[in-house]
Ligand binder design. Sequence first.
Ligand code: UDP
Ligand code: MG
Length: 139
Amino acid sequence: MATNRTFTMIKPDAFGDGKSGAIIKMIEEAGFKIIAAKVTKLTKERAGQFYAVHKERPFYSSLCEYMSSGPIMAIILEKENAVADFRKLIGATNPADAAEGTIRKLYAKSMEANAVHGSDSDENAAIEGNFYFSKTEEF
Ligand code: UDP
Ligand code: MG
Protein backbone atom coordinates (compact mmCIF):
# COMPACT_ATOMS: atom_id res chain seq x y z
CA MET A 1 0.00 0.00 0.00
CA ALA A 2 1.26 3.47 -0.85
CA THR A 3 2.27 5.72 2.05
CA ASN A 4 1.72 9.43 1.75
CA ARG A 5 5.28 10.74 2.14
CA THR A 6 8.26 11.30 -0.07
CA PHE A 7 11.66 12.89 0.32
CA THR A 8 13.42 15.48 -1.84
CA MET A 9 16.64 17.45 -1.93
CA ILE A 10 17.09 20.70 -3.78
CA LYS A 11 20.56 19.93 -5.14
CA PRO A 12 23.63 22.24 -5.00
CA ASP A 13 23.16 23.75 -8.48
CA ALA A 14 19.54 24.79 -7.98
CA PHE A 15 20.02 25.83 -4.35
CA GLY A 16 23.15 27.86 -5.20
CA ASP A 17 21.35 29.61 -8.05
CA GLY A 18 18.58 30.75 -5.70
CA LYS A 19 15.92 28.50 -7.24
CA SER A 20 14.68 26.90 -4.02
CA GLY A 21 11.81 29.37 -3.64
CA ALA A 22 10.56 28.77 -7.18
CA ILE A 23 10.91 25.01 -6.79
CA ILE A 24 9.11 24.93 -3.43
CA LYS A 25 6.33 27.05 -4.97
CA MET A 26 5.86 24.40 -7.68
CA ILE A 27 5.89 21.64 -5.07
CA GLU A 28 3.27 23.38 -2.90
CA GLU A 29 1.09 24.28 -5.87
CA ALA A 30 1.12 20.59 -6.83
CA GLY A 31 -0.50 19.85 -3.47
CA PHE A 32 2.44 18.67 -1.37
CA LYS A 33 2.69 19.72 2.26
CA ILE A 34 6.11 20.36 3.82
CA ILE A 35 6.61 18.14 6.87
CA ALA A 36 10.29 18.93 7.56
CA ALA A 37 12.90 21.07 5.82
CA LYS A 38 16.47 22.16 6.38
CA VAL A 39 19.51 23.58 4.63
CA THR A 40 22.64 21.50 5.11
CA LYS A 41 25.83 20.54 3.34
CA LEU A 42 26.95 16.97 2.75
CA THR A 43 30.54 15.82 2.98
CA LYS A 44 31.63 13.61 0.09
CA GLU A 45 31.53 10.64 2.47
CA ARG A 46 27.99 11.38 3.58
CA ALA A 47 26.85 11.92 -0.01
CA GLY A 48 28.35 8.48 -0.68
CA GLN A 49 26.24 6.99 2.10
CA PHE A 50 23.08 8.60 0.75
CA TYR A 51 23.75 7.27 -2.76
CA ALA A 52 25.28 3.94 -1.63
CA VAL A 53 22.83 2.07 -3.87
CA HIS A 54 24.72 3.55 -6.85
CA LYS A 55 28.25 2.79 -5.63
CA GLU A 56 29.08 0.44 -8.50
CA ARG A 57 27.85 2.88 -11.14
CA PRO A 58 30.36 4.87 -13.25
CA PHE A 59 28.81 8.20 -12.21
CA TYR A 60 29.02 7.53 -8.44
CA SER A 61 32.26 9.37 -7.62
CA SER A 62 31.35 12.43 -9.68
CA LEU A 63 27.84 12.43 -8.18
CA CYS A 64 29.26 12.40 -4.65
CA GLU A 65 31.64 15.28 -5.51
CA TYR A 66 28.79 17.26 -6.99
CA MET A 67 26.36 16.59 -4.14
CA SER A 68 28.95 17.78 -1.61
CA SER A 69 29.94 20.86 -3.64
CA GLY A 70 27.54 23.25 -1.90
CA PRO A 71 24.53 23.50 0.38
CA ILE A 72 21.36 21.57 -0.34
CA MET A 73 17.85 21.70 1.05
CA ALA A 74 16.41 18.45 2.43
CA ILE A 75 12.62 18.23 2.58
CA ILE A 76 10.05 15.63 3.65
CA LEU A 77 6.78 16.03 1.77
CA GLU A 78 3.29 14.69 2.29
CA LYS A 79 0.52 14.10 -0.21
CA GLU A 80 -1.68 11.21 -1.22
CA ASN A 81 0.35 9.00 -3.60
CA ALA A 82 3.39 11.16 -2.79
CA VAL A 83 6.21 9.06 -4.27
CA ALA A 84 4.67 8.56 -7.72
CA ASP A 85 3.16 12.04 -7.96
CA PHE A 86 6.46 13.66 -7.01
CA ARG A 87 8.42 11.66 -9.59
CA LYS A 88 5.93 12.93 -12.15
CA LEU A 89 6.38 16.54 -10.97
CA ILE A 90 10.19 16.41 -11.21
CA GLY A 91 10.44 14.62 -14.57
CA ALA A 92 13.04 12.27 -15.99
CA THR A 93 16.57 11.98 -14.56
CA ASN A 94 18.04 13.38 -17.75
CA PRO A 95 16.54 16.84 -18.28
CA ALA A 96 16.72 16.29 -22.05
CA ASP A 97 14.05 13.61 -21.53
CA ALA A 98 12.03 15.48 -18.89
CA ALA A 99 8.48 16.47 -19.82
CA GLU A 100 7.57 20.12 -20.36
CA GLY A 101 6.64 21.91 -17.15
CA THR A 102 8.50 19.53 -14.86
CA ILE A 103 10.97 20.83 -12.28
CA ARG A 104 13.93 19.19 -14.00
CA LYS A 105 12.88 20.49 -17.42
CA LEU A 106 12.77 23.99 -15.98
CA TYR A 107 15.77 23.99 -13.65
CA ALA A 108 18.17 21.09 -14.33
CA LYS A 109 21.49 21.91 -15.97
CA SER A 110 22.62 18.37 -16.80
CA MET A 111 21.98 14.70 -16.07
CA GLU A 112 24.07 15.07 -12.90
CA ALA A 113 23.13 18.61 -11.85
CA ASN A 114 19.44 17.90 -12.25
CA ALA A 115 18.07 20.31 -9.63
CA VAL A 116 16.18 17.90 -7.37
CA HIS A 117 16.10 14.42 -5.87
CA GLY A 118 12.93 12.37 -5.57
CA SER A 119 12.54 9.08 -3.70
CA ASP A 120 11.77 6.07 -5.88
CA SER A 121 9.69 4.04 -3.39
CA ASP A 122 7.84 4.36 -0.10
CA GLU A 123 10.56 2.33 1.60
CA ASN A 124 13.35 4.61 0.31
CA ALA A 125 11.32 7.73 1.13
CA ALA A 126 11.32 6.65 4.78
CA ILE A 127 15.02 5.70 4.75
CA GLU A 128 16.02 8.97 3.06
CA GLY A 129 13.89 11.13 5.34
CA ASN A 130 15.45 9.43 8.36
CA PHE A 131 18.91 10.14 6.90
CA TYR A 132 18.34 13.86 7.55
CA PHE A 133 15.65 14.10 10.21
CA SER A 134 15.52 12.28 13.52
CA LYS A 135 11.88 13.05 14.23
CA THR A 136 9.04 14.48 12.19
CA GLU A 137 6.06 16.03 13.85
CA GLU A 138 2.42 15.40 13.07
CA PHE A 139 0.47 18.64 12.66
N1 UDP B 1 23.14 10.49 -12.34
C1 UDP B 1 24.22 10.84 -13.15
N2 UDP B 1 24.42 10.11 -14.29
C2 UDP B 1 23.63 9.07 -14.66
C3 UDP B 1 22.54 8.73 -13.83
C4 UDP B 1 22.33 9.45 -12.67
O1 UDP B 1 24.96 11.76 -12.85
O2 UDP B 1 23.86 8.45 -15.71
C5 UDP B 1 22.92 11.24 -11.09
C6 UDP B 1 21.74 12.22 -11.16
O3 UDP B 1 22.06 13.37 -10.37
C7 UDP B 1 20.62 11.40 -10.55
C8 UDP B 1 21.37 10.63 -9.46
O4 UDP B 1 22.63 10.33 -10.04
O5 UDP B 1 19.59 12.23 -10.06
C9 UDP B 1 20.71 9.35 -8.98
O6 UDP B 1 20.43 8.54 -10.11
P1 UDP B 1 19.02 7.82 -10.29
O7 UDP B 1 19.17 6.84 -11.40
O8 UDP B 1 18.57 7.30 -8.97
O9 UDP B 1 18.09 9.00 -10.81
P2 UDP B 1 16.87 9.76 -10.09
O10 UDP B 1 16.15 8.75 -9.22
O11 UDP B 1 17.46 10.90 -9.30
O12 UDP B 1 16.01 10.26 -11.21
MG1 MG C 1 16.89 7.50 -7.79
